[in-house]
Design a protein around this ligand. Structure first.
Ligand SMILES: [Zn+2]
Length: 310
């Protein structure tokens, strides 16, 4: 697809043209990447999307439970329906490069690494045959997860790791030790930093842990020094605009930090985070940023950055 096709689709405000253009989603939590309409159709129910920003992550998770998960079976069956929805969405929006993150307890839910790998590969093949999957292992939920690390890495299923919820689970020294091991296994190192907290956190964690990419990282826009560090070291931020608006990290799309980050030479990509909750597809994210003042040619640069993930 040529450069001009994205520009054309944006200038015409055409979501259907946008949905046909190959895109990447590099920040998507596996069970939450589907579209509400997919769950509605499956469960034969009507789900009203949340339209006002959430006050907290707790409130966001409660919304998912009370509006989506309540329509799905429990245990592995419901979980697999959510994964199926994520792949179906990737196919519907032509997401050809997809990094979904999975937690250790999701691997355990499906009966261990061998069964997990086969099941996820099978679902991708069936629902998103044209999508290349780059699975991330999400770490930071419970300290015992590190005991499962050797067995998980041995299968060579994961291409990256996403450290989240690290505060309270690990000290910086523990994180460094874990990251060294992951680096030895040649995994792309990512972490959720700079969504909440301080701009300096982005620089500090990237430097100390040797991160390749950062999930969110938008607070970096508050500091010229941190932006220069990210630009000089080619550290990519996988940004999720609607997630930031819905969690009050950014007031709106016009003032979203992605404008400043891009203008300062920081490598950024556009992603969905939790589509099932935030109800904004990748195509919609591109269009929202275009309407908020980003140039179509700049959005094309961002799209290309994402497609060159691997
Ligand atoms: Zn996230």
């Amino acid at each position: 697809m040529s450069d001009s096709s994205l520009v054309f689709a944006l200038e015409n405000g055409s979501l259907s043209a946008l949905s046909k253009i190959p895109k990447s989603d590099l920040h998507s939590h596996a069970g939450r990447g589907g579209h509400i309409s997919y769950i509605e159709k499956y469960a034969n129910v009507k789900i009203t999307p949340n339209e006002v920003p959430f006050e907290s992550l707790y409130e966001m998770n409660q919304w998912l439970k009370e509006n989506v998960k309540c329509h799905l079976p429990g245990g592995a069956e419901g979980y697999l329906k959510q994964i199926e929805a994520s792949f179906a969405q990737a196919a519907a929006d032509n997401v050809t490069v997809l990094a979904l993150s999975f937690c250790v307890d999701e691997i355990q839910l499906l009966g261990g690494m061998e069964a997990f790998k086969n099941t996820i590969d099978g679902l991708r093949e069936k629902y998103a045959p044209n999508t290349k999957l780059y699975p991330d292992l999400a770490l930071g939920y419970f300290p015992e997860e590190v005991n499962a690390l050797d067995e998980i890495l041995e299968r060579k299923f994961f291409s990256g790791v996403d450290i989240m919820n690290y505060m309270g689970t690990y000290t910086m020294d523990e994180l460094k030790r874990i990251c060294r091991k992951l680096k030895e296994n040649e995994l792309i190192l990512k972490a959720h930093i700079g969504e909440f907290g301080e701009a300096d956190d982005v620089w500090r964690y990237a430097e100390e842990l040797g991160l390749d990419q950062i999930q969110h990282g938008v607070l970096a826009a508050k500091s010229d020094k941190v932006m220069r560090y990210l630009a000089d070291n080619r550290i990519q931020l996988n940004v999720c605009p609607t997630s930031n608006v819905m969690l009050k990290v950014s007031a709106d799309y016009e003032t979203h930090p992605i404008h400043t980050l891009f203008a300062n030479g920081v490598k950024v990509t556009i992603n969905t985070d939790d589509l099932l909750i935030f109800n904004s597809t990748l195509s919609e994210e591109y269009l929202k940023l275009y309407k908020a003042g980003m140039k179509a040619a700049d959005l094309e640069v961002i799209r290309q950055t994402g497609l060159h993930y691997a």
